[in-house]
Ligand binder design. Structure first.
Ligand SMILES: [Zn+2]
Length: 203
């Protein structure tokens, strides 16, 4: 079901027990950055119900990981694993440059740390929050871990290679994946640019 502003309303097929029509603009599932709800509204990403202020808080915490990564000379990216009670359970940053490992993106490191801590590779009960759009490698890895709630800040970068957006990969998954991008996008884009500019590593 779609309303005028292009936001898909939640219905019972998402397993939330919503059988009555949802009131317009109170609870929305946002599928793309261009379909954000009005400022201050609540977002329901599958089973996780978050106010905009909470999303901002989480993205800022992912930015702290990005700040640490960028400051040590790695790619300026950070990721969080968040439980349904909105607690950050695991944090990770990019270590690709300092470990000479092209695959050591923040999300991949997050999955490894989460497996160690939680003793499971299946993370369907959690949400992942990143300061920038996951690349195709990371998005695929998140789907393999059954993560279906993904929030990010900065949009996909034009030079991403291969250029496959999180939304495109989500649409190819058998899982019902909720992707919400563009949270504090400008702040995230500026932070990434600042940290890259300050990097001394020629990479
Ligand atoms: Zn990645």
């Amino acid at each position: 079901m779609f309303v005028d502003n292009g936001v898909e309303l939640l219905d019972s097929r998402h397993g939330l027990g919503v059988t009555e029509p949802v009131q317009e603009q109170t609870s929305v599932r946002v599928q793309t950055p261009s379909r954000q709800g009005p400022q201050g509204s609540n977002y329901i990403i599958m089973k996780i119900d978050l106010a905009k202020s909470e999303l901002d808080r989480l993205v800022r915490e992912a930015q702290q990981q990005a700040e640490e990564a960028g400051s040590r000379g790695d790619g300026p990216f950070g990721a969080l694993l968040v439980s349904q009670d909105k607690t950050v359970v695991v944090r990770a940053g990019n270590t690709a440059i300092t470990t000479n490992n092209a695959a050591a993106h923040a999300e991949i490191n997050l999955l490894a740390k989460a497996g160690e801590k939680l003793k499971t590779r299946k993370l369907g009960d959690y949400m992942v929050v990143v300061n920038a759009a996951p690349c195709s490698m990371c998005m695929s890895a998140l789907l393999k871990a059954k993560v279906t709630n993904i929030v990010f800040g900065a949009p996909p970068e034009p030079n991403m290679d291969p250029y496959i957006t999180p939304e495109e990969l989500a649409a190819k998954s058998r899982l019902d994946v909720a992707v919400l991008g563009g949270i504090l996008a400008d702040e995230c884009v500026q932070q990434i640019a600042r940290l890259r500019a300050a990097r001394t590593t020629n990479d």
